[in-house]
Every structure is written in C-alpha cells, then in structure tokens.
Design a protein around this ligand. Structure first.
Ligand code: G4P
Length: 515
C-alpha cells in the first residue's frame, strides 16, 4: 500500500516564509516541539562545515534536506495515518541544477507567495520546473497578518503570469491592522487571532457573520473563481489557493489537510519508454542527490534515494546502475524530523539516505533486478567554464580527487581536456564557484584559483565510432572527457556550437546529459 505517502517540496522566493512554514508544518505534524528548531538545528549542522559559511553569510540555503512527519486523519474509512516527506529545495537561483534534481523526486509542491510581493522571480523559475514535469501546485499566500496587496490582484497575477486556473479555498477577513481572521470557504468557519501576539490558537467561529465592510468582497471571491477540481489540479492546470500567516499559524492546518486530501500519492516514474508504477513488487528507486563530507571527520557521503516502487527492508541487496553489481544496504537512514532514524522499511514515495564511499552517483537507478533505468535526471550544459589552477602544483592528485568527488555530488561539472593538463570546471551559476573554492580548501586542503577558460559552453557528443573519430581528428583541442569518461565538445561560443552542429549532421551535440 502506498497511498498514504505525500512527497512534496516548498517552492518560493527567498524571504517569502518557507522556513517559517516548514517549521509550522513540522510542529503540526508533531515532529518538533518548539518553534525555532528548524533554524537552530540547521545552524548546528551548518557550523560543521566551513563551506557552508557562504550560505550563512548570504542568508541562503544551499543544501537540500529531507523532513518526514506523520499525521492522523479521519477519513470515510476510519483513521488513517499519512506520512509526509518534505524535501527542502535550495532557494538560491544559482542552484537551479540541484533544485531541479530535487524537484524530480517530489509528487507535488506548495508555492509560497508573500502577500505584499506576489510572484517573484525565483518563484516563477521554480514553478516552470514544476510545470515541465506536470507537478501539481497548492498555493499558499503568506503574511496576510501584515498589510499586503489586494487578494483579487494577487490571484490575477498567479493566473496570468503562470497561466493557471486559481481556485481560492479561503479568504482573509481584512489584512494588516484590520486582520480579523481567515474564512474557510468549505466550512464557513473563521479562524480568529487571539492574545497579544494575535496568533491562531485554535479558536474557530463556525458560521460566523462576516463584518459588513468585507461582506461584498468575500461574496465576490466565493462566486468569481472556478470550483476546485481534483483532476485539473493533479494535471497541473489549476491551483487551489490558501491564504494564511505562517508566523501566526493561520492556514497551516488547512494546508496540511489539503496535501493529505488532494496531493497525489507516489506517481509512476519514467524509465525510458516505460512508466514504473509504485505498485510494482520490485524495489526500485533513483538517486537525486549526493552529499559528501557532511562531517569533516568522515569521508563518507550520503546518497538520497527516492523510492519508486516496492517495500525496502534493511539489509536488502540493490544494484546501482552505475556499478552493475549489488550492494547490501545495511544502514539506510530515514529522515524523521526529530532525528535521523535508521530505516527498517521504506515504501514508494519515501526517501532513504544510503551511506557509501562514492559508489552511488546522482542519476543512478537502484533496483533488485537491475533491468531498468530511470530517466529524466539530466546534467545541464554549464554556462560558466573556468580553468582550475593549483597554487601548490604537488597537490594534483588531491585536486583530481576533489574535483571527482564534487562533480559526483553535482556541485560542479568537471572536464578533462584531451590535450594538456588544464582541468576545467563548469557551473550553471556563479555561486557554485565560490562553494567550490571554499570546499577545496576546507575539505581537501587544496588551494586553487579559477582563471578564465577559452570556452563558453559544452556539448555532450554522440554518434557512431567512425564519425566521432573523424570529428576528433580535426577538433582534438576542443575535446574533453567528463567524469564518466564521456566525450564533450568544448565550444568557444554559441556560434561555434551551431557551426559544428550544421557541419556534422551525423553527430548529436547535446546540451543535457542523462545518466
Ligand atoms: P524564507 O525561508 O522563505 O527565506 O523565509 P523565512 O521563513 O525565513 O521568513 C522570512 C521573514 O519573514 C522572517 O522575518 C519571518 O519571520 C517573516 N515571516 C514569515 N512568515 C510570516 C508571516 O506569516 N507574517 C509575517 N508578518 N512575517 C512572516 P525576519 O525578520 O527576516 O527573520 P527572523 O529574524 O524573524 O527569523
């Protein structure tokens, strides 16, 4: 049975309230007992690793993690426990690659919007990634305890900018200084602010009278939008919208209910032409993230696997597609938010952390029978390429090891030119380069600088052996191998790419690479 899993992410622009909402979701799920713990725990973890200082300084979140919590619900068929797996996505635009991969591992997303700001650039980018994969979205308009923009205007913006139908499920009764609570359309109840902090502490007025000054607006709101339609939502065509305040606890339990009731259970995942359903008996999954050196005293790394099907049991033997021979998974990690727990069993939709020494890579499929490969976890053509120059040339070996490790983690991509010894790193965003330099120093004791490279972008090459050889004979100075040993064309400009594409119709020049 897999229907009680809800694996989702929160997408938002920095400062919209993702951390606060996460904390409140975990609190309501009974996973943590004191507000502030998410940040506090986060900081304790971050303090362990030097490179993470960057994220502290800039106040952004670079790494993604997994938080699992459970909640009981009354349903038609009695009490049911729903397991929520919340995957945190890095919020900074520079980390689109890592974020993209995390979003391949969720079945739905919550989009948090600041009521005073509406759709911001990062929200929009993340939304586009969700749309690419038809990930359904629930919208949470946050901070209505403060003065915000008009609700109608906000809804229009969501509808127009994202080309989505919007279906409000609740409405704020006033905002800012005149905030009197949130009206839940379905039940007609208003949840009220209480006490000096004006928080929601559980007081709901059933069938409450709406103050005259808001009556007309609310009537319009109830009549003016499409009804919620489960199928349209799950297809990614409609978003139910909840208004609330993460800080003051408004709208949070409604949001959890909505995820439990509407958000899709684990979806089938593509493996070439096939779709692998969660009901398949065989245990299968894919690695969407690898995190190395979480603790400088341990060289181990954790690979995050999204379970696609089957029931995993501790000690089980699974074969990683990159390795070809089975490994026994003795000490997998589950991510219950209080603590990391050793996983005894895990179902489709769950995430398990697998400690390993570098055998598992982003994009790997793990399965019992080793007969399928999940697809759709690409590497992207880097937009910034730099030469890595060592300050101490005797450290070549350490540098190679570090570059291999970090490319395996997806922090950078590395290209080893066919001619010469000038290694090249590629990234999608500038911040990744800073992370690279500081991790090289902190974790590998390697001092390096980055210099301009003659190349502007890269394309993965495919074709028949003879065609590849012919191309290589003429273009050796522009060829490199990536960490997997695959051949890459290093282009000096976009024009260079178009020219070669036209000249070599028998080859494909790919801007993404799927493992
Ligand atoms: P992020 O993870 O999306 O970047 O946002 P985060 O939750 O850190 O929230 C950003 C700021 O917005 C925080 O204030 C937070 O307290 C505030 N905030 C979040 N939700 C609400 C809300 O519903 N209403 C109001 N009024 N404010 C909200 P800060 O002062 O920047 O941080 P802090 O010092 O309070 O932690």
């Amino acid at each position: 049975m897999t229907s009680n899993r809800r694996t989702f992410a929160i997408i938002s622009h920095p400062d919209a309230g993702k951390t606060t909402l996460t904390e409140k979701l975990l609190l309501q799920g009974g996973a943590i007992h004191l507000a502030g713990e998410v940040k506090a725990r986060g900081q304790a973890r971050r303090a362990r690793s030097d490179w993470m200082k960057i994220e502290q300084q800039r106040g952004i979140s670079v790494t993604s993690s997994v938080m699992t919590f459970e909640k009981e619900f009354e349903t038609d068929s009695g009490r049911e426990t729903i397991t929520f797996n919340l995957l945190d996505t890095p919020g900074h635009e520079d980390f689109s690659e890592d974020t993209y991969r995390t979003l391949t591992a969720v079945d739905s997303a919550i989009m948090v919007i600041d009521a005073a700001k509406g759709i911001e650039p990062q929200t929009r980018k993340l939304f586009e990634v969700c749309r690419l994969r038809s990930v359904p979205i629930i919208t949470f308009v946050n901070k209505v305890d403060r003065e915000g923009r008009e609700c109608f205007e906000l809804l229009d913006e969501v509808a127009d900018m994202l080309a989505l139908d919007v279906s409000p499920q609740s409405w704020p009764v006033g905002m800012g200084g005149r905030f009197e609570g949130i009206l839940d359309f379905a039940s007609g109840a208003i949840s009220r602010p209480e006490g000096p902090s004006k928080e929601y502490l559980g007081t709901r007025d059933e069938n409450a009278a709406i103050p005259d000054e808001f009556a007309e607006e609310i009537e319009l709101a109830q009549a003016g939008y499409p009804e919620f339609d489960l199928e349209a939502y799950r297809n990614g065509d409609l978003t139910p919208v909840y208004f609330g305040s993460a800080l003051k606890n408004f709208g949070v339990s409604e949001l959890i209910d909505a995820i439990a009731r509407f958000a899709p259970p684990p979806r089938p995942q593509p493996a070439g032409d096939e779709q692998i359903p969660p009901t398949r008996d065989e245990v299968t999954g894919f690695i969407f993230k690898v995190q190395a050196n979480m603790d400088p005293n341990h060289r181990d790394r954790i690979a995050f696997m999204r379970m696609v099907s089957g029931t995993f049991k501790r000690g089980m033997k699974l074969t990683p597609s990159g390795l070809g021979k089975p490994i026994a998974v003795h000490s997998p990690i589950l991510f219950f938010a209080q603590d990391r727990e050793l996983a005894d069993t895990a179902e489709a939709g769950d995430i398990i952390g697998i400690p390993n020494h570098g055998t598992l890579r982003v994009g790997d499929t793990l399965s019992e029978k080793n007969q399928l490969r999940f697809t759709g976890l690409p590497n992207f053509a880097p937009e910034i390429l730099r030469r890595v120059v060592l300050r101490d040339p005797t450290k070549t070996k350490q540098l190679r090891k570090a570059l291999d490790d970090l490319s395996e983690e997806g922090v950078i991509q590395v290209f080893y030119p066919e001619i010469g010894a000038q290694w090249i790193v590629g990234v999608v965003g500038q911040l990744q380069l800073e992370v690279l330099i500081s991790r090289l120093e902190a974790e590998y004791k390697v001092e390096a600088v980055l210099e301009a490279s003659p190349f502007a972008t890269a394309r993965w090459l495919k074709g028949a052996d003879a065609a590849l050889k012919g191309f290589a004979d003429f273009n050796r100075a522009n060829l490199a191998r990536d960490r997997d040993g695959d051949l890459v064309f290093m282009a000096k400009s976009p024009w260079d790419v178009s020219y070669q594409v036209e000249k070599n119709p028998e080859l494909t020049f790919s801007a993404t690479k799927e493992r």
